[in-house]
Design a protein around this ligand. Structure first.
Ligand code: JFE
Length: 222
């Protein structure tokens, strides 16, 4: 998969996505990540990328010309252009699954109060929000979405991790609790049933725990 990111903060995207599994996906050619500094397309000797909002009000708005100059050479008929914004549609696991089947994603990362609406209307295929809170810029949100999408590409996760993902995703519930050695730690014991070797009982216990956790923390999922 090819992913392009247009941002004023390239390192906010490249550094976290260079580590761990996504970094290895890049090394192995499963992901080609190209990050473009919007400042390179800034206007004039000050490389201006933003300006005051028409109609007044606080903050600055990203100008359309630098964004279009960065975006247009990257676009083909197979590109999907995504804008991260608190005003977007909520990004869920099913969106990660859908986007993982695309060939080419282009992420536009806003800053300040946002992006000139004419860019949104002429160039953007979908506006996404990673959650109901306000970040300082879109690059952090783009890194989150890219991580969630790229881990679903064939070969990125190990076999064990892929199996876990399937069972968790299919149930639609939160995962059950996990324990490892030692069997007792600071007077806290691992639930007896997990040491019993009774696999049927363990499965039933985990299902009950998953249901109870979901009821407690995420009743909206039930
Ligand atoms: C940008 C900002 C003031 C936005 C009303 C670009 N889920 C999610 N949370 N935050 C974002 C996405 C996000 C994405 C892109 C962003 C926040 N900001 C900050 C400041 C008002 C805003 O919208 C700028």
């Amino acid at each position: 998969m090819q992913v392009d990111v247009i941002t004023l903060f390239p390192e906010v995207v490249t550094v976290p996505l260079g580590a761990s599994m996504i970094g290895r996906a890049q090394d192995r050619g499963l992901l080609t990540l190209r990050v473009h500094d919007l400042r390179d397309q800034g206007i004039g000797k000050h490389r201006q990328v933003d300006d005051q909002p028409f109609g007044g009000g606080p903050g600055m708005v990203l100008k359309p010309e630098p964004i279009f100059a960065a975006l247009d050479p990257l676009r083909t008929s197979k590109s999907r252009v995504l804008l991260l914004t608190p005003q977007g549609r909520p990004f869920h696991q099913r969106d990660a699954e859908r986007l993982s089947r695309e060939e080419h994603l282009i992420f536009l990362c806003g800053h300040y109060e946002g992006v000139d609406q004419r860019i949104v209307e002429s160039c953007v295929d979908e506006e996404l929000s990673i959650g109901d809170y306000v970040l300082t810029n879109g690059a952090i949100a783009a890194a989150v979405v890219i991580d969630a999408v790229v881990r679903l590409l064939p070969g990125v996760l190990g076999d064990d991790e892929s199996a876990i993902q399937e069972s968790f995703g299919a149930s639609g519930l939160l995962d059950h609790p996990h324990y490892t050695r030692p069997a007792e730690w600071r007077e806290m014991k691992v639930p007896e049933i997990l040491l019993s070797g009774d696999h049927a009982k363990i499965i039933a216990w985990r299902a009950e725990q998953a249901r109870e956790r979901t009821r407690q923390n995420r009743p909206d999922l039930l």
